[in-house]
Design a protein around this ligand. Structure first.
Ligand code: G1P
Length: 293
């Protein structure tokens, strides 16, 4: 069995929830303090040992590729003016051995369709998917993606990151149905099925999918076979569900150990900026002084 070294990061979304900020700027480049959101996601993947990132993008989002590329003019200017610390911060964004590729999704046909765009790069290997709206602040030394990879290496089961939510929120997310009742403190859950954005009254549980997945190469064929689902989009959730229910691949859900911020929304974006500032000693003092907290 292959080790997981490749990660797909879909960045083709329109960012409508953050307009007008995202009219000309990709939502993935909005800053959490002084670093664009997508950089945190790439760093999370690198920390877990990912060596190749595949962005699924669209026209108007070239700035994301530029962010991870060399900017000779800027580097030269910073070097001449002796601003070495800033120079280092833009030079060392990604390690030298990390490969970055980007592919354009022609039509916005849903997350499943976005993943399928990378079929020729994924080939027959298992891979990770990280949805960049969700920013994870880890509560432990090992981030969730590393934990998922350890589980995968040990058990050979594919992994989906999840968290408990209140029942009234099920309509916003993919929801899992566990094989057996979940025991108290259980972290790894065997899956029976998945449902995309069910009504609270029809939801099989109150455990939702967070945007981190470890997937088998078979998912590509499964995506090709499914019909448009919720919101008339090709849903990744439906394609995974077919693999689970047809018993083609074993999947586990793993409970997140992070604070999660939906940075595609104003609330999540604001909370992320505050939470990450409070983690920084200097910024924490600035907030305390200014707001008397
Ligand atoms: C997607 C998935 C959904 C998942 C969510 C997590 O939905 O389809 O299953 O729970 O991401 O962020 P989207 O937010 O793209 O509508």
């Amino acid at each position: 069995m292959h080790k997981i070294k490749k990660a797909i990061i879909p960045v083709a979304g329109l960012g409508t929830r953050m307009l007008p900020a995202t009219k000309a700027i990709p939502k993935e480049l909005l800053p959490i303090i002084d670093k664009p959101l997508v950089q945190y996601i790439v760093e999370e993947a690198i920390e877990a040992g990912i060596q190749e990132i595949i962005f699924i993008t669209r026209s108007g989002k070239e700035a994301i590729e530029n962010h991870f590329d060399v900017n000779f003019e800027l580097e030269k200017a910073l070097k001449i003016s002796g601003k070495n610390k800033i120079l280092k911060s833009i030079r060392d964004i990604i390690p030298k051995n990390l490969k970055i590729t980007s592919i354009r999704q022609e039509n916005p046909k849903g997350l499943g369709d976005a993943i399928l765009c990378a079929e020729h790069i994924i080939k027959k290997e298992p891979f990770a998917v990280l949805l960049p709206d969700e920013l994870l602040m880890s509560n432990s030394k090992k981030n969730d993606l590393s934990e998922m990879l350890s589980q995968f290496n040990e058990t050979k089961s594919y992994q989906i990151l999840v968290e408990k939510i209140s029942k009234k929120e099920t309509e916003k997310y993919g929801i899992i149905s566990p094989k057996k009742p979940i025991k108290k403190g259980e972290k790894v859950i065997s899956l029976k099925s998945l449902t995309e954005k069910p009504l609270p009254s029809k939801s099989p549980s109150n455990i939702r999918i967070i945007g981190r997945y470890l997937l088998p190469p078979e998912i590509m064929n499964s995506i090709k076979l499914i019909k448009p689902g919720k919101d008339k989009e090709i849903q990744l959730t439906d394609a995974i569900n077919n693999l689970i229910t047809n018993e083609e691949c074993e999947f586990n859900a793993i409970i997140s150990n992070s604070q999660i911020f939906d940075c595609g929304s104003k609330e999540g974006f604001l909370n992320a900026n505050i939470a990450f500032s409070l983690k920084d000693k200097d910024l924490k003092n600035i907030i305390r002084r200014r707001f008397n907290k």
